[in-house]
Design a protein around this ligand. Structure first.
Ligand code: GCU
Length: 640
């Protein structure tokens, strides 16, 4: 079976066929635009004749080398007769905007770096597999320890992927998992040639390649007895290793680091701070490029240092430790201490990619630090690409509150639809496009237009009905009112209300016979609510209903702003959510004649599973709270 073209079907540029073009740039990215136009059946305008379409780079920002700093020249203007780009990358984005039927005008992304982070392993991990939290088959980069880019087919697939990402407005990719195991650590050293091959493919579409590294690499790779960031031998090791990487990959994007988190090594082992750890790597990356710290502001490799640091060996009896507090407690005091080429990468919520969390307070607490917000397209906690769950509405709310950079954990793999669930392609598309078009429903429309060319309006409305509010539906049948988790430990699919309740992971709901929720107030709880510059979350009177149980432990009879009690809300939303999934399944069945039969069958099968799973969620959650509270459903529906 051939690989699904996602949002770039063969017809993508057909409306350009027969046009004469002129490209006024000899940058390699202009070469890519030229290839695209030739493929679409366009031809170069003969010298001295006028062109139908012109592609120019505004001379002042033209870069002559293939090395492009992030965000340089991504913007462009559609003139009506072509693309006037701020820089070479803008030519590519302009071309894809033409495919979307963009109107004349100015286009600029709201976020400079728009990155996709792969959690791909080189070796198959005994528990996590080839791709950690991957629901789309294997990796497109490695299989069973072997690099796929060595074969022509593998290389072509990486290039096709690069093209899709560029069309979605992505300009950076991290190729491997943040949990860097022994084999993957070698991507820094003797396996760096593989990273260089991937980077060559991505570069053709203006995408810069980054690498996840293990903080203890100097030890793991066998060279040194320590990874202490202040030890000169360690600094020297990283400087020499980074210099080789940068000499092989001239536009190397930099390192992504998960340190002192969930068992990964980090500076704490040596009594050093996260700023000391990150700055050491930042200096190593630039030491070959610039003689002095003063030059660090120029575009060049960066360190993305993750703020996902918490105690994963917590005693569940200890009510004072609060995982939600951890990132802020560790990082806010370090504001201003990070080097200019360090970017602290912060998960959008304080816990871990739950369907509903408040914005992480770290994102507004570090004005003197470069920040990236981290989103998760791979649906670890949102149905694992077996459930329809369009995440863009949540992401766009997050992005409206932050600026700087964005990084999204990939949901792609070697599946023929790229994302397992064909409709999950829309999440990958949105991961880039929301930076250019913040309206999630408009982005979904773009995706429909491109992916289902000439879609009848009936199909369009079915897709909107399935997807627009799919996250709200998912939220309805899973953990209530922002309390989170209640998933099966380990793989995180399906309900297990108490699965994490007595574990060391710090994700508890504290349900008892009287009530449920986590008291995070300053008055009686963990005081996480005080990490915000406002006091809304401190009182149930001002806390939004959908976050009530994230911040408060309340009786089941507590009356929400909506007028319903907490227990009745739990019953109502769980019945309604599961019923909505049944209608989604029926609706999709009615679309059988409107889409490709294989794609239809794939989505139909997953909707069957979604109905099964939503029913299980409904029944377990309702039964659990009915048994705890002893309060019957006001409408007398069946609770098991
Ligand atoms: C979650 C996820 C892990 C991942 C971690 C992270 O906890 O379950 O697989 O490694 O997030 O973001 O580092």
């Amino acid at each position: 079976m051939t690989i699904h073209p996602a949002w770039l079907p063969p017809s993508t540029f057909h409306f350009l066929t027969g046009k004469r073009f002129l490209i006024d740039s000899d940058h390699p990215l202009a070469g890519t635009v030229r290839e695209e136009l030739l493929r679409a059946g366009c031809g170069p305008a003969a010298p001295g004749t006028s062109a139908d379409l012109t592609f120019t780079v505004v001379p002042s920002t033209t870069l002559s080398s293939p090395s492009i700093g992030v965000g340089d020249g991504d913007g462009f203007t559609l003139t009506g007769s072509g693309v006037e780009a701020d820089g070479p990358r803008g030519l590519i984005y302009g071309l894809f905007e033409l495919a979307r039927g963009g109107l004349p005008g100015r286009y600029e992304p709201a976020f400079t770096r728009r990155m996709i982070d792969h959690w791909d392993n080189v070796d198959v991990h005994p528990v996590m597999g080839q791709v950690e939290r991957g629901y789309s088959g294997g990796s497109i980069f490695w299989k069973d320890g072997v690099f796929l880019g060595s074969s022509p087919d593998g290389l072509k697939r990486i290039r096709t992927y690069a093209r899709l990402l560029a069309a979605a407005g992505i300009n950076a990719v991290t190729v491997n998992n943040v949990n860097v195991h022994r084999t993957e650590a070698r991507l820094l050293t003797d396996r760096r040639g593989e990273v260089a091959v991937i980077a060559d493919q991505f570069r053709r579409y203006g995408i810069v390649t980054h690498l996840s590294v293990n903080f203890a690499a100097p030890v793991i790779l066998g060279d040194l007895p320590t990874a202490d960031p202040l030890d000169p031998r360690v600094q020297q090791w990283w400087a020499a290793t980074s210099a080789q990487l940068v000499s092989d990959i001239a536009d190397f994007g930099g390192y992504l680091v998960k340190a002192d988190s969930e068992g990964q090594p980090g500076p704490f082992t040596y009594g050093r701070s996260h700023a000391e750890g990150a700055n050491m790597l930042a200096a190593a990356l630039t030491s070959r490029l610039v003689p002095s710290l003063g030059a660090l502001r120029t575009p060049g490799p960066v360190v993305h240092w993750r703020a996902f640091v918490y105690d994963h060996r917590q005693d569940w009896r200890d009510r004072t430790t609060d995982r939600a507090r951890a990132a802020y407690d560790h990082f806010a005091p370090l504001d201003g201490l990070f080097a200019d080429n360090v970017i602290v990468q912060v998960k959008h919520g304080p816990i871990d990619f739950q369907p509903r969390e408040p914005l992480s307070p770290v994102l507004t607490a570090m004005p003197r630090t470069r920040l990236a917000v981290e989103l998760q397209a791979t649906q670890e906690y949102t149905g694992q690409q077996r459930h329809v769950c369009y995440l863009a509405p949540m992401w766009s709310e997050v992005l409206a509150q932050v600026d700087g950079e964005m990084a999204t954990v990939a949901n792609t793999g070697d599946d023929i639809y790229w994302t397992g669930h064909p409709l999950a392609q829309a999440n990958l598309y949105a991961a880039g496009r929301l930076a250019w078009n913040p309206d999630p429903i408009a982005v979904l429309d773009e995706w429909i237009d491109l992916t289902f060319p000439r879609a009848p309006s009936r199909l369009r409305s079915i897709l909107h009905e399935l997807m627009d509010t799919s996250l709200l539906t998912y939220e309805q049948y899973t953990a209530p009112l922002g309390v989170g988790f209640m998933v099966r430990p380990g793989h995180h699919y399906g309900p297990d209300v108490d699965g994490y309740e007595y574990t060391p992971w710090g994700t508890y709901h504290f349900a008892d016979r009287d009530g449920v929720g986590v008291d995070r107030t300053s008055a009686t709880g963990t005081a996480f609510a005080a990490q915000y510059p406002h006091t809304w979350y401190e009182s149930p009177a001002t806390c939004p209903d959908e976050l009530l149980l994230f911040f408060h432990h309340v009786p089941y009879t507590h009356v929400l702003h909506s007028g319903t009690t907490v227990i009745q809300h739990i019953y109502d939303t769980h019945f309604e959510g599961a019923t909505r999934v049944e209608s989604m399944r029926d609706l999709w069945r009615s679309a059988a004649a409107l889409v490709d039969p294989d794609l239809h069958a794939r989505v139909a099968a997953r909707l069957d599973e979604q109905v099964r799973s939503a029913t299980e969620w409904r029944d377990q959650i309702n039964a659990y709270f009915h048994r705890k509270s002893g309060i019957p459903d006001a409408h007398g529906r069946r609770i098991h």
